[in-house]
Design a protein around this ligand. Structure first.
Ligand code: URA
Length: 265
């Protein structure tokens, strides 16, 4: 029993995202395994204990009570619960979220709705967002439990490119672009590193801006220094990852094998 494949997970009205398809299954150690082996690997006991748990009706698979130990379980796709609690295979997981406006980028928060609330159904322990987008910024956010990858992507010395679609209050001029590209004094100790710009063809009040740092409110402060003002901000890529148009805001998907290869994970 498996969930749908190749389909973005769109939030339900309560903001949760239905469990579902991996865009490109991993052909590594797991991918597809029998339910009894899944239970063992996830720490539920020996093979015979796993079989006993199934027989006792304590295991559910994608919402239905499991009755057979040889049910095929797809790693990171099929949702397996033991006594109502989700079980996970060990290992790192990688999700790309199209962050909507109005949620904060934090692993958890007592009062505010966080990006992690949108991935409640995503398999994996210890998930956290890589980097931060402002509450009103939308777009690409990587969610993982791979601390080493997060460190690599966020390390200032790596200069990982982040590309933003920026909408502005006033038209973007060529002079503004040259100003942003050269590096901008935004009130920090050092000016920003050189950036790339690309004006939008059919919209005077917008541009693509590619930066290689991750300073606090960096894009907004750069545009303010250029005499303009950000009215809308969307991250469209980060390193080798790009946000596709078809992933709705609030939806997430697993990284494809190609994307994982590009990240070296
Ligand atoms: N720069 C900003 O100003 N805000 C973001 O969310 C990301 C980059």
């Amino acid at each position: 029993m498996t969930a749908m494949r190749d389909r973005p997970r769109v939030p339900e009205p309560d903001g949760n995202v239905p469990a579902g398809g991996r865009a490109d299954p991993d052909d590594g150690r797991y991918d597809v395994i029998r339910l009894d082996r899944f239970l063992c690997e996830a720490g539920a006991g020996t093979r015979s204990q796993a079989k006993a748990l199934i027989k006792a009706g304590r295991v559910s698979v994608d919402g239905e009570r499991a009755i057979s130990a040889d049910l095929k379980i797809e790693e990171n796709r099929t949702r397996v619960l033991l006594d109502g609690r989700p079980l996970f295979l060990p290992g790192n997981v990688y999700y790309l979220l199209n962050k909507p406006a109005g949620v904060i980028t934090a692993a958890s928060d007592a009062r505010e709705r966080t990006v992690m609330d949108l991935l409640k159904e995503a398999p994996g322990r210890g998930l956290f967002p890589v980097g931060r987008l402002d509450r009103d910024t939308v777009g690409l956010l990587l969610i993982t439990n791979d601390g080493a990858l997060s460190h690599r992507l966020l390390s200032p010395s790596r200069h990982v490119e982040k590309r933003y679609l920026v909408r502005t209050a006033r038209p973007v001029t060529e002079e503004m672009c040259r100003f942003l590209e050269a590096g901008v004094d935004i009130g920090d100790e050092k000016p920003t590193l050189p950036a790339r710009t690309e004006r939008l063809k059919d919209e005077p009040c917008g541009l693509y801006l590619t930066i290689t740092e991750g300073r606090y409110h960096q894009v907004k402060r750069m545009l303010a220094a250029a005499g303009n003002e950000v009215t809308g901000l969307k991250r469209v890529s980060m390193g080798p990852l790009s946000l596709e148009e078809t992933l709705p805001e609030g939806a997430w998907r697993e990284l494809t094998k190609e994307e994982r290869n590009a990240l070296g994970v």
